[in-house]
Ligand binder design. Structure first.
Ligand code: SF4
Ligand code: SF4
Length: 170
């Protein structure tokens, strides 16, 4: 099937993502520098090219989009100063709004509802903290039920629970 080039989508990514998108001349330095591109099917240069051409259907449902770790190595090395991570994050926002957030990212996001943090907190962490002379539970949403409830209220008001498919267990 022929690929659907959508100039309006490309213009939107340049306008709301970053205008440096069209500076890319496809040298491939980003892919060669990218720790994720080395071990996954995600290829930075290719994703930027898709965006330049407005190949929306090759971007939004594409799981590769979620393999960028936002380490910024590509941006530091890009000879054209393309703000690659910013563009990728914008594309992810569009993908998430279209219902394509990767399952691994949804799982991480669900931790925010459970712990108030993107990472989990377990007994072993509590023990380790105590062994260092610290309070077992840090004074964050982990240690404050009210702070966690406040955070949940904000996330629900923004529709973040629906976006990540989170349902509170009763
Ligand atoms: S390093 Fe920059 S110019 Fe080269 S392909 Fe990547 S984004 Fe394009
Ligand atoms: S920011 Fe993303 S695309 Fe750029 S080098 Fe790091 S993992 Fe690769």
């Amino acid at each position: 099937m022929a690929k659907m080039i959508d100039p309006e989508f490309a213009e939107k990514v340049a306008k709301e993502g970053d205008k440096s998108l069209f500076l890319c001349y496809q040298c491939g330095t980003c892919t060669a520098s990218c720790p994720s591109s080395e071990i996954t099917s995600f290829k930075t240069r290719k994703m930027i090219r898709f965006a330049q051409l407005g190949l929306k259907d090759d971007i939004l449902p594409n799981d590769d989009l979620w393999d960028c770790t936002t380490c910024y190595t590509c941006q530091e090395r890009c000879p054209r100063g393309v703000k690659i991570p910013k563009i990728i994050l914008y594309l992810r926002n569009l993908a998430a709004q279209a219902g394509y957030m990767a399952d691994a990212h949804k799982g991480t996001a669900k931790n925010l509802f459970i712990f108030g943090h993107a990472v989990s907190f377990k007994d072993k962490h509590e023990k380790l903290r105590k062994s260092l002379g610290l309070d077992g539970v840090p004074h964050t949403t982990l240690g404050s039920k009210k702070a966690l409830e406040d955070l949940k209220t904000i996330m629900k008001a923004n529709g973040f629970d629906s976006l990540i498919g989170y349902k509170e267990e009763k």
